[in-house]
Design a protein. Structure first.
Length: 371
């Protein structure tokens, strides 16, 4: 991250021009001591001198100040990783103070604001007070609105609109969600087929294959984001519920989601367990939770996005994502969350006297403590 560093610029430009501090001072109309303090960082030039200095060295005022209110993608990634790790090891308020300072400093860096809002959402559950969690989500929502309204990046503003809708849903404001998303699903216009055909026409076959792999991968992940919600809406029809679950698990097996992307699969098992609770079938609910536990206590750590033998052309695309292949939360936070989603989930309180559930809880808590 860049600070205002006018001292370094003044020294560099003065030497390039081959003049002394006295000569620069005489031109600006200040003392040599003032120039010396500027160049050693003891003080800054008065704002009225900035245009003169910039003109003298034939540079812009931004160049003179060496101030860049933007952060590169890799800098944002590193910052996100650091803050995510801090949330797992430091007091929540301390990390949030750091976040607020960064946001204030880079308030016009919209990719950063987007990631700071996402960071807040991904760690809101660390606040045990529901009201505080909602307040944090509202704070994140304000950042997304700023990005949506101020950024010129169409892709970024579209993403901001989506996460703003997520925040509204978390705040139990369905009307705003429908308003933001126009209350309807627009026909999908996937670009992958067109891009692949264009690459193929140019003889760039590997790039064509890579584009199609990315499309297949993304749509599978999206599919598994749909399954848990749809499953819960089918709890009043046991045959439909079983069919949805059967199809989802079959697709998971075909694409080896347990290894390819365990994060989306565990959400399915939690939804299935909750559905069985609603249907009054605690034995099957525990079956699902045992599957969940088997996955989250296995050798899936450290979690990262990756391909496999089938998806063998994803690497170039994955590393270009906002966070690269990193998960949105620190591993310690993820493990703790994996345990809390079962052990402290009120939906599963009816299972608390079951020995199998107690074994699950013990295994999950042990998995967190081992970290």
């Amino acid at each position: 991250m860049k600070e205002i560093n006018i001292a370094k610029v003044l020294v560099k430009k003065r030497k390039e021009k081959g003049i002394t501090q006295d000569e620069l001072a005489n031109y600006i109309g200040v003392s040599k001591a003032s120039v010396s303090k500027w160049e050693t960082g003891q003080s800054y030039p008065d704002v009225t001198f900035l245009p003169q200095l910039a003109a003298y060295f034939n540079i812009s005022i931004d160049e003179l100040m060496d101030y860049k209110p933007q952060m590169a993608k890799e800098e944002i990634r590193k910052l996100y990783r650091r803050l995510s790790s801090d949330f797992a090891s430091k007091p929540f308020d301390t990390v949030m103070d750091d976040c607020h300072q960064i946001i204030k400093k880079y308030y016009s860096c919209f990719p950063l604001l987007m990631q700071m809002g996402i960071l807040m959402i991904n760690h809101a559950e660390l606040l045990k007070d529901p009201q505080k969690s909602i307040s944090l989500i509202e704070e994140a929502r304000a950042l997304f609105i700023r990005v949506k309204e101020e950024s010129d990046d169409v892709s970024l503003t579209r993403q901001a609109l989506y996460v703003e809708a997520m925040c509204s849903l978390a705040a139990c404001d369905p009307n705003t969600v429908l308003e933001l998303l126009d209350g309807a699903v627009a026909p999908a216009l996937p670009p992958e087929s067109l891009l692949a055909s264009a690459y193929q026409m140019m003889g760039r076959t590997d790039e064509a294959k890579s584009v199609l792999q990315v499309g297949i991968y993304q749509n599978i992940v999206v599919l598994f984001n749909f399954f848990p919600a749809y499953l819960m809406m089918c709890t009043d029809d046991s045959s439909k519920f079983e069919e949805v679950l059967r199809r989802a698990l079959n697709i998971a097996e075909v694409f080896d989601m347990r290894h390819l992307h365990p994060g989306v699969l565990v959400s399915l098992y939690i939804a299935a367990a909750q559905g069985y609770i609603v249907q009054g079938n605690p034995s099957k609910a525990i079956d699902m939770l045992e599957q969940y536990t088997e996955i989250v206590t296995s050798d899936i750590y450290p979690l990262s996005l990756h391909g496999d033998d089938f998806f063998d052309l994803l690497e170039g695309w994955l590393i270009k994502l906002d966070l690269g292949t990193d998960p949105p939360r620190d591993e310690k936070t993820i493990r703790r969350s994996m345990a809390d989603m079962i052990v402290n989930n009120p939906n599963f309180s009816v299972l608390s006297d079951k020995q199998r559930f107690q074994n699950i809880a013990e295994k999950l808590q042990s998995n967190y403590c081992e970290d």
